[in-house]
Ligand binder design. Structure first.
Ligand SMILES: Cc1cc2nc3c(=O)[nH]c(=O)nc-3n(C[C@H](O)[C@H](O)[C@H](O)COP(=O)(O)OP(=O)(O)OC[C@H]3O[C@@H](n4cnc5c(N)ncnc54)[C@H](O)[C@@H]3O)c2cc1C
Length: 524
């Protein structure tokens, strides 16, 4: 039986990022994901490539700098699924901030008369650091706004007269994961979805890994094991490898609400609360606004994370302290919730716990790497660090490479999206702007491979609603590991926001037929 260099548990952004990096350095790699790629935390994020302005309050300079440096590297490597965004941060001199952050404590000592408020110069200083810490070539710099005159002031309450506007980037998180997995597979990695790792044990110099998946029970062998189980990292250590460890994971739930579009412009808002938390309001999927997130210690199974009524009301109330028109539960059309697998650094609150990633090796025999924490933004750096270490462990050091290589469909200039859309509209006149935009934002240069020789919409096969066609569905099943309708309408795309339950059921039935036909073809 083949022995892999690496076996990775978990098909989230970190597992798939490590698989891609490692196989590109010549290691033989297998990855098992118990369900669909990105079904855990990696499809439930706020979807920002960001430095994390808030973490400056906690003096997390290393984390912020690494993430800021990374934004533009990622933007260039995936200009289809990631794009620059401007964030408007309304500011009023009477705003109060959480008292327990290191910044608050320092200010309380140096400027006790401020009583939890922040002077404008301090926010400007924070934004100056944010602009300069990580270097910045593509993204525009911070500026100040007069909200009485700028359109960004129109949806806000009149008491907000001033704001700062800064840059970060958007990313379609679950597409990021699927594209990493796809690239890893094309480079030779063995990617298994719907495959749960049930046990792993050391035998001599190897790991023996038992999995349960569509092919039944199988055992793999590998020289090193990577536990990229995200919020299940602790469960994998204790129940799969059965290793005793003192390392702890802190599960922190974050929920988002989605409403119909609350305002007309394309910028986001960064709102600050008196409880030390911040939330974003972000234009989402053309017709919607995304608002989040909460920060709650999570005690149940990670798969049971749901946005509670209390969290929904908290987000509505928080946003209503800024918007003129109150946001109510009746405005909410969808919610989602994810669990941050944070390294347990003993912080007092969920909000204060570090967002930095921690790589921990267990070298009591064949190496085991356990991964804690991390951000979507730092997944490539985390993967690079992890594979550097793994190459050293396996005695095969090879140089890092992922910073300069685009993800599938991302081989065009970072400001080339409008040209790609115009090209599709010219060559496929049956598309409209919304449809062409969706295809370019999902698949970049590969949109043309899906559309092929089509001259009319009918040439793309059955239409499932909201511009989803049989041609796209077949592409997602063949190239992006999509198994059922949920994978397609909530992860590879967000068309679930536009499709009815009957339409989703029809997609599911079609995919089941295709799977059955494929199985018959394989056994024939
Ligand atoms: C609310 C929220 C908002 C966030 N916003 C941002 C943001 O805007 N920007 C940012 O940079 N970061 C953000 N993050 C952080 C980021 O989403 C996470 O750090 C990242 O997605 C973690 O990825 P992961 O691969 O470690 O975990 P996951 O994505 O959860 O992947 C782990 C995978 O392991 C699989 N698995 C577990 N056990 C087994 C087993 N036994 N066998 C096989 N498979 C198994 C699971 O099914 C899962 O798919 C946010 C997080 C949350 C919760």
């Amino acid at each position: 039986m083949a022995v892999f260099d690496l076996f990775i548990i978990g098909g989230g952004v970190n597992g798939c990022g490590i698989a891609r990096d490692a196989v590109g350095r010549g290691l033989s790699v297998a990855l098992a994901e118990q369900g669909d790629l990105a079904q855990g935390t990696s499809s439930a994020s706020t979807k920002l490539f960001h430095g994390g302005l808030r973490y400056l309050e906690y003096f997390e300079f290393r984390l912020v700098r690494e993430a800021l440096e990374e934004r533009e590297t990622l933007l260039v490597a995936m200009p289809h699924i990631s794009w620059p965004m401007r964030f408007v941060l309304p500011w009023r001199s009477d705003m109060r901030f959480e008292a327990e952050t290191p910044t608050s404590k320092l200010l309380a000592r140096l400027m006790p008369w401020m009583k939890g408020r922040r002077p404008a110069w301090l926010i400007r200083l924070g934004l100056f650091l944010y602009d300069t810490l990580g270097g910045r070539k593509i993204l525009p710099a911070t500026r100040t706004l007069d909200l009485a005159r700028d359109p960004a002031g129109a949806p806000l309450q009149e008491s907000f007269r001033h704001a700062f506007e800064y840059s970060d980037c958007w990313v379609q998180d679950s597409r990021l994961v699927a594209l990493n997995a796809r690239d890893a597979k094309e480079r030779g990695a063995h990617i298994l979805t719907q495959t749960r790792v049930v046990a792993a044990r050391r035998e001599g110099d190897l790991w023996r890994i038992d999995v349960s998946g569509p092919a039944g029970e199988e055992t793999f062998s590998a020289r090193a094991l990577v536990n990229a189980g995200g919020p299940w990292v602790g469960e994998v250590i204790h129940d799969v490898t059965k290793i005793a460890t003192r390392e702890g994971v802190r599960l922190v739930r974050g929920s988002h609400i989605v409403t119909r579009r609350l305002y007309d412009h394309d910028r986001c808002y960064f709102f600050q609360g008196t409880d030390g938390r911040i939330i974003f309001a972000i234009p989402y999927e053309q017709d919607f606004t995304l608002i989040g997130t909460t920060d709650k210690d999570h005690h149940g199974a990670p798969s049971e994370a749901r946005c509670t009524d209390e969290e929904r009301d908290y987000l509505c109330d928080f946003a209503s302290r800024y918007f003129k028109r109150p946001v109510t539960p009746e405005d909410v059309v969808w919610t989602y919730s994810g669990v941050r697998p944070l390294y347990d650094d003993g912080a007092s609150s969920a909000t204060a716990a570090t967002r930095d990633y921690v790589l921990r090796f267990d070298r009591d025999g064949a190496p085991l790497l356990n991964i804690f924490g991390g951000k979507i933004t730092t997944y490539r750096r985390l993967s690079e660090h992890a594979v550097d270490e793994l190459c050293r462990e396996l005695g095969a050091p090879r140089p890092a490479w992922t910073a300069r290589v685009p993800l599938p469909g991302g081989n065009f200039p970072h400001d080339g999206v409008a040209d790609l859309i115009a090209g599709l509209l010219r060559d496929y006149p049956f598309l409209d702007v919304r449809w062409a935009t969706r295809l370019v934002r999902g698949y970049g240069t590969e949109a043309r491979e899906i559309l092929g020789e089509a001259k009319t919409e009918a040439d793309l096969g059955r239409a499932f609603g909201a511009t989803l066609t049989e041609a796209e569905l077949r592409w997602l099943m063949t190239h992006e590991f999509a198994h059922g309708a949920v994978d397609v309408v909530w992860r590879r795309t967000k068309l679930g926001l536009h499709l009815s339950a009957d339409e989703i059921a029809a997609i599911d039935a079609f995919m089941a037929e295709q799977r059955a036909a494929n199985a018959r073809a394989t056994t024939a």
